[in-house]
Design a protein around this ligand. Structure first.
Ligand code: NAP
Ligand code: G4F
Length: 354
């Protein structure tokens, strides 16, 4: 008889974390379902790049659309739900605060309430964030599970709402809702609007003569940057822990945007001062100046620690973008671009057809 395969439902499977997590869970022999919302240009490049598009079942739903979400959860009947979906760009949350609140706040309430009504035993992972801290820092210069939250953006406030839902539903109903307070994590599959990938993609384009300058905002902000696949390992571990809980996931090291820029340009043999210009357009109305995470609880309770150093992270991202643009210029298609977007829609199911 075949061993029981655990069933995982991942929301945000087309995003950076959702894609890496799907790959990891497939390697762990899970049956993986992914929630995909309707957008005008299907967004399967990460799943294609990781070679897993045909290995997972994609279900059409949206976090803000209760009937579709409810059907998706009911039909896929998961043991574990990983909510990676969000309007995740802090800058956009100032432009679209209501959309951010609906998706990141009420969207999460939708998931938890559907589970409470359908099958309370389903374990739920929530993607909380270091943005919750705003400019709140412990006396020893780090943030951990005890540091007070002081959100500085509509994004952070929407995430505080969902973070608190975890605590309330654990206490009120004994539900297994856990939250990873993840500090920034990046990769070769990071969205191009986030500062790290914006830098590495621009470095590659400048190297090949395709771009003249790189416009950035605040170079002095400090972030604790880790590597996304390292972080997805511990996301899975958080749901295997014996009780629902909150965990800070970080590297306990931080660097400024300026340091990231210097390192990235150096790897490509370029002098950053010739290309980088500061523009007010890329500055936030209200900034989070300093993030540095103390992950000692995750190390103690889960035996987890990050594997990839800051320099290794910058190098792998720059090399990936150099390689991608080099292939493009040689007439080869980007390895992670879907050959035909609409063909990929064949992979998408309506929950009722499962
Ligand atoms: P991402 O690349 O921006 O991916 C976000 C995903 O959410 C995409 O798949 C997107 O779908 C989906 N989505 C957005 N709105 C939706 C809706 N209304 N219904 C269904 N799906 C929706 O983000 P990420 O970097 O992978 O981050 C994953 C999660 O971790 C997010 O919740 C983020 O806030 C949180 N987080 C990230 C970091 C980090 O450094 N990466 C740190 C802390 C917390 P489309 O492809 O259709 O847009
Ligand atoms: O790369 P960012 O846009 O990431 P941010 O705002 O830290 O948010 C990311 O990490 C959070 C965890 O802490 C997640 F919750 C969130 O979903 C997201 O993944 O900006 C990093 C820093 C900021 O201080 C920003 O002001 O870089 C600064 N920056 C300077 N110039 C820039 C730019 N950021 C962007 N995106 N673009 C710029 O030109």
């Amino acid at each position: 008889m075949d061993a029981y395969k655990k069933r995982a439902l991942i929301t945000g499977v087309t995003g950076q974390d959702g894609a890496f997590l799907a790959k990891l869970l497939l390697e762990k022999n899970y049956e993986v379902f992914g929630v995909v919302r309707r957008i005008s240009t299907p967004n399967f490049w990460r799943l294609n790049h990781l070679g897993i598009l045909d290995k997972i079942t994609l279900v059409s739903a949206d976090l803000t659309d209760v009937p579709s979400l409810s059907e998706a959860i009911r039909r896929t009947n998961p043991d574990e739900i990983y909510n990676m979906a969000a309007q995740s760009f802090v800058g956009s949350s100032f432009d679209q605060p209501i959309h951010s609140a609906l998706t990141n706040g009420l969207g999460v309430l939708n998931i938890i309430e559907i589970v409470r009504n359908l099958k309370e035993s389903v374990k739920i992972y929530l993607a909380s964030t270091s943005e919750l801290y705003g400019d709140s820092i412990n006396l020893d210069g780090v943030q951990n599970e005890e540091t007070p939250f002081k959100p500085n953006s509509p994004y952070a406030l929407s995430k505080l709402y969902s973070h608190e839902l975890a605590r309330i539903y654990r206490k009120a109903y004994g539900m297994f809702v856990s939250a990873g307070i993840l500090f920034n994590h990046e990769s070769e599959l990071r969205g191009l609007e986030f500062v790290t990938r914006k830098i590495t993609n621009s470095v590659a384009k400048i190297k090949f003569g395709l771009q003249d300058e790189l416009r950035l905002g605040n170079l002095e902000a400090k972030r604790d940057w880790g590597y996304a696949p390292d972080y997805m390992e511990v996301v899975w571990q958080i749901l295997q822990y014996h009780k629902p809980d909150d965990f800070v996931i970080a590297t306990n090291e931080n660097h400024s945007v300026r340091e990231f820029v210097e390192e990235a340009f150096k790897i490509a043999g370029l002098d950053w001062k010739l290309y980088v210009r500061v523009h007010a357009q890329h500055k936030r109305p209200y900034e989070v100046p300093y993030l540095k995470g103390d992950y000692s609880k995750a190390k103690r309770e889960l035996g987890w620690k990050p594997k990839t150093s800051f320099k290794e992270l910058v190098k792998l991202m720059v090399e990936s973008d150099l390689n991608r643009w080099d292939n493009h210029l040689k007439g080869k298609i980007f390895s992670w671009d879907a050959p035909n977007h609409s063909e990929n829609l064949n992979y998408l199911y309506r929950a009722k057809d499962l």
